[in-house]
Design a protein around this ligand. Structure first.
Ligand code: C5P
Length: 397
């Protein structure tokens, strides 16, 4: 699947570095060429000899290694790959990346490259949750760096929580997604997904039951056809796919800002269940029962992101796809919605509780285009996503 793809694998200094050795094997099994780069700390955990033996390739580690510079300079090394993978990516390495520092070979390669970068963070849970790391993660995501993981679980340090490096097969899946060639290669596509959370006060919010499963599957399916996917997600209950650019938001207004920042794109799929309203003047203090605050919430309308993008006079995506979650008269309501919102297609589904679709694994949709409605059989959400991605590819061809 990765035949002839060249991967530069930067191995940072963490206990998860031993998994990078298995990652080399699995990537090579898929046909990729792997060039390992060991940071100084990485070399404390795995030896250059084991990395080079498994890669069947010289390991690079020093910035000012004259032999390496004569053979291949660091600029050339950083650009000759199809993808740079950083696994494990330590808090320190991510801080350097976010700050644009270049004081060793790994950070210099990451600063000099014009190649896509996929990062697999691995660190202690407190380090991952620290505001500084979260700021760095947000910066890296905004810079277009792709993330896979981290996962939640037991850690080598004895603690439990998010920070474990993604499993090797998840990283390989992320690499396959990031490098997929297909009919959508070279096309940048935006997908919104998940619910939005609209704050009432610092501890309460208004949300909906969207899991983000369908939007996530659509992003994965588009990336599998080669698209460069920007995935703008609210607080979903499933992790975003590896190998796509992820922008995390909470509110509808944040989602609009992220969508606008992602433009221009060839196509946009609005699968998010965006709240129509937010609490006007949400309190920055916790509302107390005694004040009767909760009884007097006032609402203000949220921007309609789909309608706004569909109505753009300049820079409108060639194809704008909306969703219509309905509980009655699905086709009639969705057909009207397509016209009202000005989008090209609407994917309509019946989300009455009896269907089990909202939060479930299956979906039964009707695709409404300018040609009319087309009802698809009930199938898994991944299958719906693949079929929709193929239709998008055909429409953009
Ligand atoms: O009007 P309704 O919420 O039913 O429309 C659903 C479609 O519009 C979905 O594609 C959803 O992502 C999008 N939408 C939006 N911004 C809103 C409300 C809905 O993009 N504020």
């Amino acid at each position: 699947m990765l035949g002839s793809k060249r991967i530069l694998l930067i191995i940072g200094g963490g206990i998860a570095a031993y998994k990078a050795l298995d990652l080399i094997r699995r990537l090579r099994e898929q046909g990729a060429t792997v060039t390992p780069v060991l940071t100084r700390a990485g070399a404390e955990f795995v030896t250059p000899l084991s990395a080079s033996a498994l890669a069947g390739h010289k390991v690079f580690s020093e910035l000012f290694d004259l032999t390496d510079e004569a053979e291949m300079g660091h600029i050339e090394l950083s650009r000759s790959a199809d993808l740079i993978v950083v696994a494990p990516a330590t808090a320190d390495l991510m801080a350097k990346m976010a700050g644009g520092r270049a004081d060793d070979l790994a950070s210099t390669l990451l600063l000099a490259t014009d190649t896509p970068v996929l990062v697999a963070p691995a660190m202690n849970v407190r380090m991952w949750l620290h505001a500084a790391t979260q700021r760095n993660v947000a910066t890296l995501c905004a810079d277009g760096i792709m993330l896979v993981g981290p996962n939640e679980g037991d850690m080598a340090c004895g603690e439990h929580g998010p920070g474990r490096m993604a499993e090797v097969q998840e990283i390989v899946a992320g690499v396959v997604t990031a490098l997929a060639d297909g009919p959508l290669s070279g096309q940048r596509i935006l997908v919104t997904s998940g619910p939005t959370h609209e704050p009432i006060d610092p501890v309460r919010y208004i949300a909906n039951r969207s899991s983000g499963v369908q939007g996530t599957a659509i992003a994965r399916a588009l990336a599998a056809l080669g698209a460069e996917v920007v995935f703008v997600t609210g607080p979903a209950s499933v992790p975003p796919p590896g190998g796509v650019e992820v922008v995390r938001v909470e509110t509808a207004r944040e989602m609009l800002a992220a969508v606008e920042a992602a433009l221009p794109v060839a196509a946009a799929v609005f699968a998010a269940a965006v709240a129509d309203w937010h609490v006007a003047g949400a309190s920055d203090r916790k509302l107390k029962k005694a004040t009767g605050g909760l009884a007097n919430l006032e609402f203000a309308e949220n921007p309609d992101i789909l309608a706004r993008v569909a109505g753009l006079k300049k820079g409108r995506p060639r194809l704008v796809v909306g969703f219509a979650a309905e509980t009655e008269d699905v086709i009639a309501n969705a057909t009207a919605k397509r016209l009202r919102k000005g989008c090209d297609w609407i994917v309509a589904n019946d989300v009455s509780p009896a269907t089990g679709i909202m939060g479930g694994g299956e979906n039964a949709v009707t695709l409404i285009t300018g040609e009319g409605p087309e009802t698809w059989p009930r199938m898994g959400k991944a299958a719906v996503a693949e079929r929709l991605a193929e239709r998008l590819a055909a429409a953009l061809a």
